[in-house]
Write a protein that binds this ligand. Structure first.
Ligand code: ZN
Length: 399
């Protein structure tokens, strides 16, 4: 794994999605003390209630966005096949306003960066809340397919993302929502994800994938209402990574911070093919991980309100929509495993070029699970079993 220091987003980069007036307003916010009360101008830009004003807001926004844009650039310039920014994933922010704790939509900015190279991008959202800001940005587009799995109940934020919410005009059919009832479990998510993701992938055939891994669908999240464990997230991410497309993994919600850390550590290890010790090693926040001090996140006894019949009905509607609106052809894409004699696509050439770098710099890149370390220089294994992983480092701002 290589850790890359992110570059703050420029004003010009932010303008690829956000309005000039919104950026002007947040640029004007410098020192905010505890006594500050949001005025009508702030509220017009979504700042106040669930997006409280903070000092140096523009620096916060450029730092968050810069992490995900840097991740996207690393895929474009073939520095890595998988880029991770756990500080990213602010999926509710809209073009002209902050919303739902999100001041900037780093996801849209990362996707826009990717689109300079990759014609079709698949966005997948695993947060317990609907990824409304990203879907709204691409509601009319058929170049970016948005797929969101989330809790959908009366009164639950943001209230969008029903099964019939499928995009509009040219983009009709290129948004897909899987609205789940409260307390969805690993079993429900794993079942519906596998069915829907495979079908969307086979029909849309993306060239790059962006995943928002919001941790608030984990059991016991104070703002959630699902009961997942890292097991189902891992299964979803494994299915995505198995496609071996340039992929960005982002964070998102997660309000029981120790569990969010457990999840994202687990997913980082999965991506690297590393096996972590269940016992969390001592570090400066170690005491917060009690009483178990392990990586495990237990589920809850609360009943999953999603019956198999309901999930099957959702799957059936989604398949119909894909058939009706998205060019349907059997997945003719060859399996990721390639023989050496076959010509490689541009993307695959770049992958093997990057892997070649690994051969010389073993300290930087790690092997995927299942690859033999003793035969790490075998060419075929380089082409088929390794990925380079990059972690965008934006944590110095938070510290
Ligand atoms: Zn959320």
């Amino acid at each position: 794994m290589k850790i890359v220091r992110s570059v703050p987003a420029t004003h010009e980069e932010l303008r690829k999605f956000h309005s000039e007036t919104y950026l002007d307003h947040i640029t004007s916010i410098h020192e905010i003390d505890d006594e500050y009360i949001a005025n009508s101008d702030d509220e017009a830009y979504g700042l106040g209630y669930d997006c409280p004003l903070v000092s140096n807001m523009f620096k916060l926004v450029t730092t968050i966005a810069g992490g995900s844009i840097t991740a996207a650039k690393c895929l474009i310039y073939n520095i890595a096949n998988v880029a991770i920014n756990w500080c990213g994933g602010w999926h509710h922010a809209q073009r002209c306003n902050a919303d739902g704790f999100c001041y900037v939509n780093d996801i849209v900015l990362a996707i826009e960066t990717l689109r300079s190279k990759f014609r079709k991008v698949l966005y997948i959202d695993l947060d317990v809340h609907h990824g409304n800001g990203v879907q709204d940005a691409y509601n009319l587009s058929k170049s970016v397919f948005t797929l969101s799995f989330h809790k959908f109940e009366p009164g639950f934020y943001p209230g969008t993302g029903g099964i019939d919410d499928i995009g509009a005009v040219a983009g009709k059919g290129y948004s897909c929502n899987v609205p789940l009832h409260a307390w969805y479990s690993d079993e429900s998510l794993e079942y519906v994800f596998e069915e829907v993701f495979m079908e969307v992938y086979a029909n849309f055939l993306p060239e790059a994938i962006v995943v928002q891994c919001g941790a608030d669908a984990l059991a016991c999240d104070p703002n959630g209402g699902a009961k997942l464990t890292p097991h189902s997230y891992s299964k979803c991410i494994k299915s995505i990574l198995d496609k071996r497309k340039p992929t960005i993994l982002l964070g998102g919600g997660g309000y029981k911070h120790t569990n969010a850390a457990r999840l994202w550590a687990t997913l980082t290890a999965l991506t690297l093919g590393e096996c972590l010790d269940e016992n969390i090693p001592e570090h400066r926040h170690w005491e917060k991980y009690g009483p178990t001090y392990t990586l495990a996140v237990d589920t809850m006894l609360t009943k999953d309100n999603n019956k198999k019949e309901y999930l099957d009905e959702c799957i059936s509607i989604i398949k119909e929509n894909l058939k009706k609106y998205v060019f349907l052809k059997p997945c003719t894409e060859p399996e990721p495993k390639k023989k050496k004699t076959e010509p490689l696509s541009a993307t695959e050439q770049s992958c093997s070029t990057t892997v070649a770098v690994k051969t010389n710099e073993n300290k930087i890149f790690k092997t995927l699970r299942g690859s033999s370390k003793t035969s790490a220089h075998n060419d075929e294994q380089h082409n088929t079993q390794k990925q380079n992983v990059l972690l965008t480092d934006v944590y110095d701002f938070i510290d």
